[in-house]
Ligand binder design. Structure first.
Ligand code: ADP
Ligand code: MG
Length: 397
C-alpha cells in the first residue's frame, strides 16, 4: 500500500486502527508522517487517537456497521490494544489485510495459550516460562494444591484481561489458594511460581508479510505497583549475554507465530546462582508497547514507524539507536497534589533540562495511575542521561 497513493476512485491510501488510546495516537502520527490518511475505531468521543485521526468511527469494537465502515475506508488495519475482540479482527480480515492477525492476538489475550506457545517454541527460542499450572475448575484447583507444592509461593493470574498488575493475587501457601481463586472470580487462571527476579526487560520485534524481521535491543523496565515506571534503553542496561539471548528468543517467538507487525516480548531476569542469572519469558503484547516509546526519540525508526511499514507491506528498516535513553512514564499522579487537587507540573523546569522530549496524549482528566504521557531523556552518554533523568524525577515528584 503505497503512501500518498490514491485508488481508482481517487480515495487516499488509508490505514486503520482498532482502539483509540495513546498507542493508537502515536501510530496515527507515524502513519500521517508518511502521508497516509488514518481511521480510528473507538467508542470514546475524546480518545487520544480519535482526536488526531482523519476519520474517527465512534462505535463499539465489535459493531458490525463500524467494522464495515473501517474496512471500507482502509487498505490495511491494525490494533492498538490487545483486548480488542479477536472476532472483530477476523471480520475485518475477510476483506482487508489485518496485522497482527486474529489468531495471534487471540493467543496473546489468553495466558494459557500464550504460555503453551512459549513452551512449544522453547527449543527454538532457548528460553522457557516460569513453572506454572492451569486452573479452570475446582478439581484442577484441588489437584494443584495437592500435587504442585513446587509452585508456591506463587502468583495466581487470570488467563484473560489482566494488565498493569491487575487480575493477579499473590499466593503464599496451599491454604491461600482457594481464597485467591475466589477473589479472582473463579475464572480460568494460571498459577505461576514466584521467581527471584533481578530485573525485567522487553524486546520489540517487527515482522513483515514476507517474513522479514527486524528488532530493537532489549530495554530494561522498572515497574512500580504493577505499572511500568521507567525504561532504561542503552548499552550496558543488562548483561550482554542475556541481552543477546532475549533478542534471539523474541525473534524466534515472533517467527513461530508467523507474526506480522510489531510484537513486544517481556522477560524476567532471574537469580539462579550463575554469574548473570537466567532468562525467563513472561508475556507478549501483540502491538507496540509502552516500553518502546523511547524509540520515538532515540532511534532512527520508531516502533510505530515499523508498525506502519509492516502492515502496509513496506520494507522494514533495521532501526538504529543513535542516543542512550531513559523513558519516564507520566501518570496522572504527576498532575495531582497531596490533597488530590489538580496542578500543572513545572514544564519550564523540566524542558530546560537538556535532552528532554515530552509526549502528552491529549487526555483531559488526570487520575492516579492513568497514563497521561511520557518523558524521554536522550543525551550524548549514559551518565548524562541518568543525571538528567534523576533531576526530572525530582521535579516531577
Ligand atoms: P501484567 O499483564 O499485569 O503486565 P505480568 O505477568 O507482567 O502481568 O506481571 C506483572 C508484574 O508482576 C511483572 O512485571 C513482575 O514484576 C511481577 N511478576 C509477575 N509474575 C511473576 C513471577 N512469576 N515471579 C515474580 N514476579 C512476577
Ligand atoms: Mg507485564
Amino acid at each position: 500500500i503505497y503512501p500518498g497513493s490514491t485508488d481508482a476512485a481517487g480515495r487516499p491510501a488509508t490505514l486503520g486502527v482498532l482502539g483509540g488510546g495513546q498507542l493508537g495516537r502515536m501510530f496515527v502520527h507515524a502513519a500521517q508522517r508518511l502521508g497516509y490518511f488514518t481511521a480510528v475505531l473507538e467508542p470514546d468521543t475524546e480518545s487520544p487517537a480519535g482526536l488526531v485521526s482523519h476519520h474517527h468511527i465512534q462505535t463499539d469494537y465489535d459493531d458490525p456497521a463500524g467494522l464495515a465502515q473501517l474496512a471500507d475506508l482502509c487498505q490495511a488495519i491494525t490494533t492498538e490494544f490487545e483486548n480488542v475482540p479477536a472476532q472483530a479482527l477476523q471480520t475485518l480480515a475477510q476483506t482487508r489485510p489485518v496485522a497482527p492477525g486474529a489468531a495471534v492476538v487471540g493467543i496473546a489475550q489468553n495466558r494459557i495459550e500464550e504460555k503453551a506457545h512459549f513452551v512449544a517454541c522453547a527449543d527454538l527460542s532457548g528460553v522457557t516460562c516460569a513453572p506454572y499450572a492451569v486452573i479452570e475448575t475446582p478439581a484442577e484447583l484441588q489437584a494443584v494444591r495437592d500435587e504442585r507444592p513446587d509452585l508456591l509461593p506463587g502468583i495466581l493470574k487470570t488467563a484473560r484481561l489482566g494488565y498493569d498488575g491487575k487480575g493477579q493475587v499473590r499466593v503464599r501457601n496451599a491454604a491461600d489458594l482457594a481464597t485467591a481463586w475466589a477473589e479472582l472470580g473463579s475464572v480460568a487462571c494460571v498459577l505461576e511460581k514466584m521467581l527471584p527476579l533481578t530485573a525485567e526487560c522487553s524486546v520489540l520485534v517487527a515482522r513483515g508479510w514476507d517474513g522479514q524481521v527486524v528488532s530493537f535491543a532489549p530495554q530494561r523496565n522498572v515497574h512500580v505497583d504493577g505499572i511500568l515506571a521507567v525504561t532504561h534503553a542503552y548499552e550496558g542496561n543488562m548483561p550482554p549475554a542475556l541481552a543477546t539471548r532475549a533478542r534471539d528468543a523474541a525473534v524466534a517467538i515472533a517467527q513461530q507465530l508467523s507474526y506480522v507487525g510489531v510484537l513486544c516480548v517481556e522477560f524476567f531476569m532471574v537469580e539462579d546462582g550463575s554469574e548473570h542469572g537466567s532468562l525467563v519469558v513472561n508475556e507478549m503484547a501483540p502491538r507496540p508497547h509502552n516500553s518502546g516509546h523511547y524509540t520515538l526519540d532515540a532511534c532512527d525508526a520508531s516502533q510505530f514507524d515499523l508498525q506502519v511499514h509492516a502492515m502496509a507491506g513496506l520494507p522494514l528498516p533495521q532501526p538504529r539507536q543513535h542516543s542512550p535513553a531513559i523513558m519516564l512514564n507520566l501518570l496522572g499522579d504527576v498532575w495531582l497534589d497531596a490533597s488530590g487537587q489538580r496542578r500543572e507540573p513545572d514544564w519550564t523546569a523540566v524542558l530546560r533540562l537538556p535532552g528532554t522530549h515530552l509526549h502528552l496524549y491529549g487526555k483531559l482528566h488526570a487520575r492516579a495511575g492513568r497514563k497521561m504521557g511520557h518523558l524521554t531523556i536522550t543525551g550524548p552518554d549514559v551518565a548524562s542521561v541518568k543525571a538528567v533523568a534523576q533531576r526530572a524525577v525530582a521535579l516531577l515528584g
